[in-house]
Design a protein around this ligand. Structure first.
Ligand code: 6LW
Length: 486
C-alpha cells in the first residue's frame, strides 16, 4: 500500500513550526495567487488550510513575466519572540528574498520586507541565545540578518555544503538541539536522486561535521512507492517526540514512472541515536478525501482557490451573478500566461470534476493544467463543445460536437492505472466530456495522462483542475471535485 501524504497535491518544500500544542506548516506556491498556503494541525497527520500568507496584491505582484514554476519558492516558517516570521524567495524577474511577520499565522501577514543582502533561494531563519538571527540559504551560505530592517551584517559565508559530489545542496534549516547546532539540507536535486543530509557543530556558523550515515533520508534507487524524498524540516512535539515533514512524489505507470500531483508533503518520525537523527517510515495522512463542492454563493472565494499570477479582481468574481462564478476572458486560451483561470489542486490519483458552464456570452471550460504548454480541457462556446490538448509544441482540437443552447455540465474523469498493460503504460487516463442532469458522463475524448506529468513537462508544480474563460464572459456554477478511491 502506497503511503499517503499528510498534505496531498502540489504542496512542496514544507516548512513547519510548533507553538504550544499547535503545528503550522507552509509550502511553495510558484506562479499561483494567493501565495504560500498555511495549514494547521494538532496531531501532524490531519491538516486544515487556515489561509495564505501572500493574499494581497501589495504583497505579491506576479506579472505574466513570472514563468510557470517561477514565482514563490521554498518558504521557511518560524516563531520567535511572540511573532511568526516567514522568509521566502520570489524568483520572478525583479524579485528576491523577502520577510513577512504575523501574530496570527492565519493572517493578516505584514507587508514584505525586502532582503537585498540575502542571496539565492531557500532562505532559513534561526536565532541564537543572544538573539542574533542567522539566515542560511541554498549553496550553503549564511549571513546574520536584522529581521526588523532586512539588513544583513557582513558578507554571506559558505558553510558545510553537503556530501562531496552531490549536486544542489539546498533547503537548509538550522536548529539548536541539545549541545549542538544542526544543519539539515537537501541534496541530489529534487528528482529521483533527492535526499536529506545533516551536519552538526558547536556554533550556528559552524564548523559542521557531517553525519556518518548521510543521507538520513533518501528513497533513491529503491522500489519505495514514494520517490524524490527531500527538502525536509524538523519539529519537536509537545511530548518530546521528533518528526520530519518533507516532500515526495507518487509516480504511476510503467518505467520511468510519471508523477502528476507534483511534490506532496509527507511525514515521518525521527529518533535521535548518538546525537544523530534516524528517520523512520512514512506515517500516512488521514485525508478523508472529502468531496469539494462550491456553488459560489458567497461574496469571497474559499481559500482553496488559486488563480494564475494575479489576484481574482474584476475578472474573477462571484458578485456579478448570484450564486455563480463569473470569469471575464483576458488571454485567449490556456496557452496564454494571462488566461483567466481559477483552480483547485488535484490531490488524488483518481478523481471526478464537474462544473456547470453558461457560455452564452463567451467561450471557456474545465481544464487539467500543468503549465501553459501542458494542459487538456473540455471547452464550450460558439455552439460547440470541444476537447483541446496542448502537449509541448503540439496543440490539437481532439474532438468536437454541437452544443445545444443553455448551460452545460463539463466533466473530467481521471483514473489512475492500477495494473500495467506493459512497461509503457502511463500513470492515468484523462477522460473529458459532459454530464447530464442525472449524472451520466458522455465522453468526448480520452487522453493519456503522462503528458501532464512533471517527468514530461518539467517544473515544480502539479496538476491544477480549474475553470477558465478564453473569450467574453463565462458563468460557472456547481463546481465539484470528488476523489475516487481504487
Ligand atoms: C526549491 C528547492 C527545491 O527552492 O525545489 O526540492 C525548489 N527543492 O529547495 C522549488 O521547489
Amino acid at each position: 500500500m502506497t503511503p499517503t501524504p499528510v498534505i496531498p497535491g502540489f504542496h512542496p518544500d514544507p516548512s513547519i513550526c510548533r507553538v504550544g500544542d499547535d503545528y503550522y506548516l507552509v509550502c511553495s506556491s510558484f506562479e499561483y495567487f494567493p501565495g504560500i498556503p498555511v495549514f494547521h494541525s494538532r496531531n501532524l497527520w490531519q491538516w486544515t488550510r487556515i489561509g495564505n500568507v501572500l493574499d494581497r496584491p501589495s504583497q505579491l505582484d506576479l506579472t505574466p513575466r513570472t514563468a510557470s514554476s517561477g514565482g514563490i519558492y521554498a518558504p521557511t516558517l518560524r516563531h520567535h519572540d511572540g511573532r511568526f516570521h516567514l522568509i521566502v524567495t520570489d524568483v520572478s524577474p525583479g524579485g528576491g528574498n523577502l520577510l513577512v511577520t504575523a501574530t496570527d499565522p492565519a493572517g493578516p501577514w505584514s507587508e514584505p520586507v525586502p532582503l537585498p543582502g540575502v542571496p539565492g533561494i531557500d532562505p532559513d531563519l534561526a536565532w541564537d541565545e543572544d538573539g542574533t538571527c542567522w539566515c542560511t540559504v541554498a549553496g550553503v551560505e549564511q549571513a546574520r540578518l536584522d529581521v526588523k530592517t532586512g539588513k544583513t551584517v557582513g558578507t554571506p559565508r559558505t558553510l558545510w555544503s553537503g556530501t562531496p559530489g552531490a549536486k544542489a545542496p539546498e533547503a537548509p534549516h538550522l536548529y539548536r538541539i541539545g549541545d549542538y547546532w544542526y544543519l539539515l539540507i537537501a541534496e541530489g536535486g529534487t528528482e529521483r536522486g533527492h535526499g536529506i543530509s545533516i551536519a552538526r557543530g558547536p556554533r550556528p556558523d559552524g564548523p559542521f561535521e557531517p553525519c556518518p550515515d548521510n543521507p538520513v533520508l533518501s528513497h533513491r534507487s529503491t522500489d519505495h512507492p514514494v520517490q524524490n524524498t527531500g527538502h525536509g524540516d524538523l519539529v519537536q512535539g509537545p511530548d518530546g517526540s521528533w518528526w520530519m515533514v518533507f516532500l515526495g512524489v507518487r509516480p504511476g505507470g510503467g518505467t520511468p514512472g510519471w508523477h502528476v500531483l507534483g511534490r506532496e508533503t509527507f511525514l515521518a518520525p525521527v529518533e535521535w541515536v548518538d546525537g544523530w537523527p534516524v528517520v523512520g517510515e512514512i506515517v500516512s495522512g488521514t485525508d478523508a478525501g472529502e468531496p469539494v463542492r462550491d456553488d459560489f454563493d458567497t461574496a469571497t472565494l474559499h481559500t482553496r482557490w488559486i488563480s494564475l499570477r494575479t489576484p481574482p479582481a474584476k475578472h474573477i468574481t462571484t458578485e456579478e451573478r448570484a450564486s455563480h462564478l463569473t470569469l471575464h476572458a483576458r488571454g485567449d486560451s490556456l496557452d496564454a500566461a494571462d488566461v483567466t483561470f481559477l483552480g483547485h489542486r488535484q490531490q488524488h490519483l483518481s478523481c471526478r470534476v464537474r462544473a456547470e458552464a453558461d457560455t452564452s456570452q463567451g467561450r471557456g471550460g474545465l481544464a487539467v493544467r500543468l503549465d501553459e504548454h501542458h494542459h487538456y480541457e473540455i471547452e464550450a462556446g460558439e455552439g460547440e463543445v470541444r476537447v483541446l490538448a496542448r502537449i509541448g509544441p503540439l496543440r490539437s482540437e481532439v474532438a468536437a460536437r454541437p452544443l445545444p443552447p443553455g448551460p452545460v455540465v463539463l466533466a473530467v474523469d481521471i483514473t489512475a492505472h492500477t495494473t500495467l498493460d506493459d512497461a509503457r503504460t502511463g500513470p492515468d487516463l484523462v477522460r473529458l466530456g459532459t454530464a447530464s442532469a442525472d449524472g451520466t458522463f458522455t465522453e468526448l475524448a480520452a487522453l493519456d495522462g503522462r503528458y501532464l506529468s512533471t517527468e514530461v513537462a518539467g517544473g515544480f508544480t502539479g496538476r491544477v483542475l480549474g475553470m477558465y474563460a478564453a473569450a467574453g464572459r463565462v458563468d460557472f456554477d456547481r463546481f465539484s471535485y470528488e476523489p475516487v478511491h481504487p
